[in-house]
Design a binder for this molecule. Structure first.
Ligand SMILES: [Zn+2]
Length: 394
């Protein structure tokens, strides 16, 4: 039995041990230290020169000048050290070759948005499970997935029970539903297809692809719930986010206020033009999230990589920290699968994107073969996923 005095002295001793624990720990070696970079972590409001120490696949410390030893170090002086990038609209699930490529771009979490429908979801889900980073999928409400000529002209393909079955079979990786609304994909079936996407999704997020729609954008927004996502937000008319006079329609701001997310969605054809980006951003309408609409061919298109896509909005004056927030913590907030990602907070999985912000003249491409020249471009300069280094792209 301990008397009170013994108990107190034990407690004091324990407290003393705790006080000394950090320096004792500092004697130990970390697995990896990323030294001297400009750490931009919007999840904790940090933008400062810091070292990032990693142990056990997790962020162990973010401090100025960590002196402890490490098995490995990365010299990040002159570079940006950000949380791993989260690309919420890709087609990385189409083949197993895709995910390792975008990992080199700093993308540590991706979402394949509707490549697969009920008929082929299992193949896409298998690619997601085998990816070297976190891969997740949205099941297309059309059972065929994305189909040439448009998957929703035949409304019978939008089968709620089949979509639910595909979700149930792949609950570990399927985290929502995708529906493509454009006139050339759905025609007049758009609204009914979206109602069915909501029925299949239940509480899961629905992402809608918009642009040159049959119905006005406001009619889709009225069918979205909190946490749903609109991708290709800067798609030009008809039926985009601007009215005939170039003014933002009020329903877009109302939708944002009730918790609907607006995603950039670069892609290749008809998803954005500079004039719409300029008009919308001048009215202070910026994307909540960035996405590439990436596939293995993206190197040869105007997409190139996620940091390049982010650079396009930097050209229009989006602040760097807000740009990085859109590619990290904002995206993490949408999907529960990414709850502990998009941050360099101590204890989080050590997913890190090392980026270089270069000054110069850089040409960026919209979806109508029109270029604009920006003064800065972000380049991928290294990726760490779950504490493990990925060699940068050659
Ligand atoms: Zn897409």
């Amino acid at each position: 039995m301990m008397n009170r005095r013994q108990f107190l002295s034990t407690t004091v001793a324990a407290a003393a041990t705790l006080v000394h624990a950090p320096s004792a720990f500092a004697q130990m070696s970390y697995e990896l230290i990323i030294k001297g970079g400009r750490v931009i972590d919007p999840s904790v409001g940090l933008d400062a020169t810091r070292d990032v120490a990693i142990a056990g696949g997790k962020i162990a410390a973010v401090e100025p000048n960590i002196t402890a030893g490490a098995a490995d170090t990365i010299d990040a002086r002159g570079k940006i050290v950000a949380p791993g990038l989260i690309d919420i609209h890709t087609h990385a699930g189409r083949s197993k070759e895709g995910p390792p490529i975008c990992l080199q771009d700093g993308v540590t979490c991706w979402v394949d948005a509707g490549s697969g429908g009920a008929d082929n979801m299992d193949e896409v889900a298998a690619v997601a499970r085998g990816a070297p980073q976190i891969g997740r999928c949205l099941v297309n409400i059309a059972r065929t997935g994305i189909a040439p000529g448009g998957e929703l002209h035949d409304l019978s393909r939008a089968n709620v029970d089949l979509a639910r079955g595909a979700i149930a079979r792949n609950r570990d990786v399927v985290i929502g539903v995708k529906a493509r609304m454009s006139n050339n994909i759905a025609g007049a079936n758009d609204l009914e297809a979206l109602r069915r996407a909501q029925a299949a999704a239940g509480d899961l997020p629905v992402m809608i692809h918009v642009g040159q729609n049959y119905s006005p954008l406001r009619s889709y927004l009225s069918l979205l719930k909190r946490g749903d996502i609109v991708t290709h937000i800067y798609a030009p008319a008809p039926n985009g986010l601007l009215d005939d006079k170039g003014k933002l329609i009020p329903e877009v701001l109302a939708a944002r206020r009730r918790g609907i997310y607006f995603d950039f969605g670069n892609g290749i054809a008809d998803h954005f033009d500079w004039a719409t980006v300029e008009a919308a951003t001048k009215q202070d309408f910026w994307p909540d999230t960035f996405s590439t609409d990436w596939n293995v061919m993206s190197r040869t298109t105007g997409v190139f990589d996620m940091p390049n896509v982010m650079s396009k909005l930097i050209m229009f004056g989006m602040p760097l920290s807000q740009t990085i927030a859109a590619a990290t913590c904002n995206a993490a907030r949408i999907f529960p699968s990414f709850d502990d990602r998009g941050t360099l907070n101590v204890g989080a999985p050590a997913d890190v994107a090392i980026l270089e912000l270069r000054d110069g003249n850089f040409e960026f491409l919209d979806n109508y073969k029109s270029t604009r020249t920006g003064k800065q471009r972000l380049f991928p300069a290294g990726t760490v996923f779950a504490g493990k280094k990925t060699p940068p792209r050659a």
